[in-house]
Design a protein around this ligand. Structure first.
Ligand SMILES: [Mn+2]
Length: 364
């Protein structure tokens, strides 16, 4: 049987999904980084072509809702570069995983080797390709390849090359190479990520990709931090954590943009904070802005539903040495509810990880 191209295969996935046959879902980890998504696409394609005689359908599923894909700006770039039609890509909110599993479904895990806690399908895991520490689960999985390489995409490249190297066309090579370069910081030994296997995989893919490695890496890397296309709400949710601190629900978004630029760009920024807080039932919503200008800098936005909470937070952060200085933002419309204020943060050492215990002690 002739093997369909990756393009043809991907275009058929939605039909395969609708079909009544049993399905094997190929899925990456919850964080849904480029490695997880690219590896699942390439490995699902490989499995589908290896098992054309089987009555199973092999379908890659991105482990996030479709609406969240645009937040992975590096993946948006690499998918586009690989010529992938996003309409054909299947996202987690477009399937009923429990129903698929109940109908004789199976799971292939890439870029993780332990199912997310909310996915109770341990007995369904039939194969694993991963580069995280082995949790020693699903011992019957076949293959069960868990190796400490820089990228799962390396393991996928190896598997395809070993079994059917003709599948490594330009689209697949672009997906896998972009991922390996990003994960290994362009194969540079000083970054401490690259292994001989990653190097080998990259050397295999480069002639198929047939364009400049360094330019590709630089662009993927730049796109990862390019948040120009994102709205205020998307900037807040791109890298977002939420904690319950005593009575108060507190959200903190890490934002890769200076406050001055952000407020200039969006005069309704305060309204977006209010809406975001209401939607999530937050009493406190902070943005921790980090950027280079040209040196590394930090800003902070404090939003609280009431003045007392706002001032308590501000005073505590100053007491803990954040060195906050008010930024004047004349362009901003006042919030309809609650209070918001904008600061540059003199103490660059206090990241979100370090701010969390400070707030816990205060409110927890
Ligand atoms: Mn990975």
């Amino acid at each position: 049987m002739s093997t369909p191209s990756f393009q043809t295969y991907l275009a058929s996935c939605r039909d395969l999904l609708a079909d009544s046959s049993a399905k094997t879902i190929v899925i990456g980890n919850e964080a849904a980084d480029l490695d997880s998504m690219a590896s699942s696409l390439a490995y699902a394609y490989f499995l589908a072509s290896e098992n054309q005689q089987s009555d199973q359908h092999y379908i890659p599923v991105m482990p996030i809702p479709r609406a969240d894909f645009k937040l992975r700006t590096e993946a948006v770039y690499v998918f586009n570069k690989a010529g992938i039609n996003l309409k054909e890509v299947i996202f987690f909110d477009e399937i009923d995983l429990a129903a698929i599993m109940a109908a004789n479904g199976k799971l292939v895990l890439v870029d993780h080797n332990k199912l997310a806690v909310n996915l109770d399908f341990s007995e369904k895991v039939v194969a694993i390709l991963d580069h995280h520490v082995d949790e020693n689960l699903y011992q019957t999985a076949q293959p069960r390849i868990i190796e400490m390489v820089g990228s799962t995409a390396t393991l996928v490249s190896q598997e395809i090359n070993k079994n059917d190297s003709a599948l490594l066309d330009k689209k697949i090579a672009t997906l896998l190479l972009g991922t390996i370069l990003l994960d290994t910081v362009n194969l540079v030994p000083e970054a401490g990520r690259v292994t001989p296997a990653d190097n080998e995989a990259a050397q295999l893919l480069l002639p198929i990709f047939a364009a400049d490695q360094h330019h590709f890496f630089n662009t993927v890397q730049e796109e990862k931090f390019n948040v120009e296309s994102l709205s205020t709400t998307d900037l807040l949710r791109k890298d977002y954590k939420q904690w319950q601190l005593g009575e108060a629900a507190c959200g903190i978004g890490s934002v890769l943009m200076p406050v001055k630029k952000w407020t200039k760009r969006d005069p309704d920024l305060a309204k977006a904070f209010v809406d975001f807080a209401i939607e999530r039932g937050l009493e406190v919503l902070l943005a921790m802005n980090a950027y280079t200008d040209p040196d590394f800098k930090r800003d902070l936005v404090i939003y609280a539903t009431n003045q007392e909470m706002h001032d308590t937070l501000l005073n505590e952060m100053q007491a803990k040495g954040l060195e906050l200085n008010t930024i004047v933002t004349a362009e901003i419309n006042e919030p309809s509810f609650g209070i918001i204020s904008y600061y540059s943060q003199g103490n660059l050492a206090i990241s979100r990880k370090k701010l969390h215990p400070i707030l816990s002690d205060l409110l927890g």
